[in-house]
Design a protein around this ligand. Sequence first.
Ligand SMILES: Cc1ncc(C[n+]2csc(CCOP(=O)(O)OP(=O)(O)O)c2C)c(N)n1
Ligand SMILES: [Mg+2]
Length: 277
Amino acid sequence: MNAIRDLERKACEIRMDVVRLVYTTGCGHIGGDMSEMEAMVALYYKHLNCSPEKEKDPDRDRFILSKGHAVETLYCILADRGYFDREELMSTYSRCRSRFIGHPNNKIPGVEMNSGSLGHGLPMAVGMALAGKMDRKDYRIYTVMGDGELAEGSVWEGAMAAGHYKLDNLCAIVDRNRLQISGTTEEVMSHGNLEERFMAFGWNVLSVPGNHMAAMDGALTVAGQSAGKPTVIIANTVKGCGVSFMEDNAAWHHRVFSREQYEQAMAELQDRRARLL
Ligand SMILES: Cc1ncc(C[n+]2csc(CCOP(=O)(O)OP(=O)(O)O)c2C)c(N)n1
Ligand SMILES: [Mg+2]
C-alpha cells in the first residue's frame, strides 16, 4: 500500500476496529492507541519488511511497541494483516484464559517482544540493531515509545548506546502527545527541548506532525536513508486523535465508552472514512 490516501483510509478503519474492540471487551488504552495510529499504519502497510509468511524469517524487519499499554492498535493491525484470526481477537481480548492479554505478548504471531513495563523497548531495540550490525544483516529495527515513557532512565541508556554504536538501522518514534497517565508530561516530568536532547546523544532527529500521514510517511522514508546515526522521529500527535470528545483529554488514557459515546465515536469515524473514499 503506497498511496497516502490508502494509508489514511486504513488508519481510519483501524481506528474503528480499535473503538469496537474497546467497547465490546470493556477495556483498553484508547487515547494512546489513537495517537500512535499514523506511525503504526505507515509502518505496517508500507515501511516494515514483514508479513505473516515471514514471521520467523531472520531477515525480517523487527518492530517493538515499547508503549505496550496501547496494544489494541497493534493487535487490530496484526489481525488485519492476517497474523491471526480477527474474530478471536474481537471476542476474547483481555478475557480470562485469552491469549490476547492487555499488553503485547510474544506468544502472539507477529509480536517480537513482551512489553508494558515502560522503558524497555528502546534498550531491546538497540540490542537487536547491534546484533544486525554484527551479523552484517540488512534488516531494520523500529520502536514506538510514549513521551511519558521517556521519564524512564533506561530509555536514555539505550539512546546513549545507539548513538555510540552509530546504529543507523534503528528508528525510534516518540508519540509526543504531551499527556501521560495522570496529566501533562510538562507537569509530571518535563522534557525541555526533546529534539536537542536526542541530538546530544548522537541521533538524527526529525520532528513532524505525527497524525499527518504524508509527514509520517516522509519521515520514515528519510529514516530509512540515515547513514551513521540512529533516527528518532518526534511525532507531535494528539492523544485520542480522530474522536472529538477524546482528543487531548488525559481522562481518555484508559476509559471505556458508554453506548452513546461509542455510537458518536463510530459516527465521526464513518464520516471521515466516507470523505476518504
Ligand atoms: C515502568 C512502568 N511504570 C508505570 C507504568 C504505568 N503506566 C502505564 S501507561 C503510563 C503512562 C504512559 O504515558 P505515555 O508514555 O505518554 O503513553 P501515551 O500517552 O502514549 O499513552 C504509565 C505511567 C508502566 N506501565 N510501566
Ligand atoms: Mg503520552
